[in-house]
Design a binder for this molecule. Sequence first.
Ligand code: ADP
Ligand code: ADP
Length: 239
Amino acid sequence: PVAVSARDLTVDYGSSRAVTRAVDGVSFEVRRGEVLALVGESGSGKSTLAWALAGLRAPSGGAMTHESGDLAGPARKRPLSLRRRVQLVFQNADTSLNPRRSVGDAVRRPLRFFGTAGSRAEAAARARQLISDVRLDPAFVDRLPAQLSGGQRQRIGIARALAGEPDVLIADEITTALDVSVQADVLRLLDDLRRERELACLFISHDLAVVRGIADRVVVLRNGVVVEEGPTDAVFADP
Ligand code: ADP
Ligand code: ADP
């Protein structure tokens, strides 16, 4: 089944005087358990699309639909039951982790916020479980983000997103800031998670080698427009 889709999606920046159309009539769908890669040069609109889908930037036209409901409007206006199901992991987990809060706290907060863990004790137990689900030592709950490596922090970013029990995970350049050896580990984790949890994964990257390794299908953006789309092998085949 299709977990999430966009139809003729348009996203603008700026005022009515000077508008930058960052995303210009984009349509795609992502099925459960599938990785759809969004590729394109810097400035082609990938992050803007991710932000719109996650409800962090309002589209100016078109529609976004999750299998359980309409994704119209900003995240803060989405019912929590829907909002939790589309989660974004940023390039730099550091920007979404509060340096003064423990890693355990970072994972417990969305559990409480989304109500996916009822009591405090349940949230604590679920946080440890999620941290081990991303292949980290549950004892990390007491550490501060600065006491983790970049790759470990990125895993915590993923654990935090999983706290909402999403069926759509948007990964925006999540391997870009990591060493190549660590990249492979994070990609393997993502690949496992999408199988285990039947996640629909929108994988944004400008690194075509990484995309080849993980994506089932590819959408190529240029200046906010889809210029090519298809199975990964077909898109990367020499013309
Ligand atoms: P990508 O993720 O592919 O690098 P972006 O979505 O970041 O592309 O950017 C798409 C277009 O939107 C670019 O022309 C960029 O300059 C513009 N843009 C991005 N963010 C903003 C912003 N906050 N204000 C104005 N224009 C922006
Ligand atoms: P801070 O430590 O700066 O207070 P929080 O970790 O509390 O930051 O997160 C800020 C807000 O975002 C809180 O309302 C939190 O519940 C919410 N939040 C946390 N994780 C997510 C997420 N994955 N998606 C949406 N909202 C989230």
